[in-house]
Design a protein around this ligand. Structure first.
Ligand SMILES: *Cc1c(COP(=O)(O)O)cnc(C)c1O
Length: 338
């Protein structure tokens, strides 16, 4: 069977011919001089969608998050963050290595949510022995799980009451918004900065955008430059993001429905534990068949992330119903013969 059956991540999508055409024909200038009209348009669009004064186009989510974190704190400061969040686990400890800031992990519930009381309890008293707690880092979605508008707002309020800033890693914020049927600004009005990935479900080849007030974005602009992120005719890249905002936001619901369809298809397989949220599935087979199941999927040209004990499966722009049904068939085939 020949199809794209790569379920490892929504970062794997390849730009469509129309997206490539809009990249090729983009109006560009030198963005280090602030003169790239396509970059400026993308930044203005994201600022407006998030209800913020300003925005900054970054090379990646890692660069965008790091630019934000370093703009909210100083060397020796501490930031509070969910213990399994991306900035803590998957961004090379950049805030510590390059910015001298220490993370303080907070426990999360089974949906990746933080409890405002836990956050408040971990803010350090002003004391010569303590680091200064200057920032709370949130995430949405967390491994596919949507954090509610109320929770984000309650957490932000608790942090703000104690004088902290709040950064939201919204790599997949559009997935959360589409899932709840709300505009992304519902999640962003209560936070100080938000980072949004264009290269995940939105299907652009590269880029993230950081939004916040002018003062913070001015600081982040300098950090981005320090990180080597001052790009030149980056409007060719921004054009992909603009195309994605115009054409590939509403369709995220299709990814969620397809993930649900897969979850449904796998639900009657005995011994298989399946969890699904937005465009992600977490599948735990009986431990004794984990490696033979992984091999079976690989032989059928299906790629998943075969983490043990729980595999990750992600739907995206390049996964259609046929690929989703094929995945279910290959699972069913394995379990009917084992
Ligand atoms: C992908 C992702 C990022 C950014 O990753 P990059 O690969 O640097 O773009 C940040 N946060 C979360 C939750 C992510 O999933």
């Amino acid at each position: 069977m020949s199809m794209n059956a790569d379920f490892r991540s929504d970062t794997l999508t390849q730009a469509s011919p129309d997206m490539r055409a809009s990249m090729a024909s983009a109006n560009v200038g030198d963005d280090v001089y602030g003169e790239d009209p396509s970059v400026n348009e993308l930044q203005d669009r994201i600022a407006s969608l998030t209800g913020k004064e300003a925005a900054l186009f970054c090379a990646s989510g890692t660069q965008s998050n790091l630019s934000a974190v370093l703009s909210h704190g100083q060397r020796g400061d501490e930031y509070l963050i969910g213990r399994n969040y991306h900035i803590l686990l998957n961004e090379v400890a950049g805030a510590s290595a390059l910015g001298g800031m220490t993370p303080w992990p907070i426990n999360v519930d089974e949906n990746g949510g933080l409890d405002p009381a836990d956050v408040v309890a971990e803010i350090k008293e002003p004391d010569q022995h303590h680091p200064i707690t200057s920032l709370l880092c949130l995430e949405n979605t967390v491994n596919g799980y949507v954090q509610s508008v109320e929770l984000i707002s309650d957490l932000s309020q608790a942090a703000h009451n104690a004088g902290l800033s709040v950064h939201l890693d919204g790599a997949r914020l559009f997935n959360a918004a589409i899932d709840l049927g709300v505009p992304i600004s519902d999640f962003t009005t209560s936070v100080d900065t938000v980072s949004i990935c264009l290269s995940k479900g939105l299907g652009a080849p590269v880029g993230s955008v950081l939004a916040g007030n002018k003062e913070t974005i001015d600081k982040a602009f300098r950090v981005r430059k320090m990180l080597g992120g001052g790009m030149r005719q980056s409007g060719h890249l921004a054009a992909a993001g603009l195309y994605a905002l115009d054409h590939q936001v509403d369709r995220l619901i299709e990814d969620h429905l397809r993930a649900e369809r897969i979850a449904q298809g796998l639900s009657n397989i005995n011994g298989l534990d399946v969890k699904q949220a937005t465009n992600m599935l977490w599948v735990t087979p009986p431990p004794e068949v984990h490696s033979s199941l992984s091999a079976h999927l690989e032989n059928a040209n299906i790629k998943v992330i075969p983490w043990s004990p729980t595999m990750r499966i992600v739907t995206h722009l390049d996964i259609d119903d046929e690929a989703a049904d094929y995945l279910v068939e290959v699972f069913q085939d394995f379990f009917s013969n084992n």
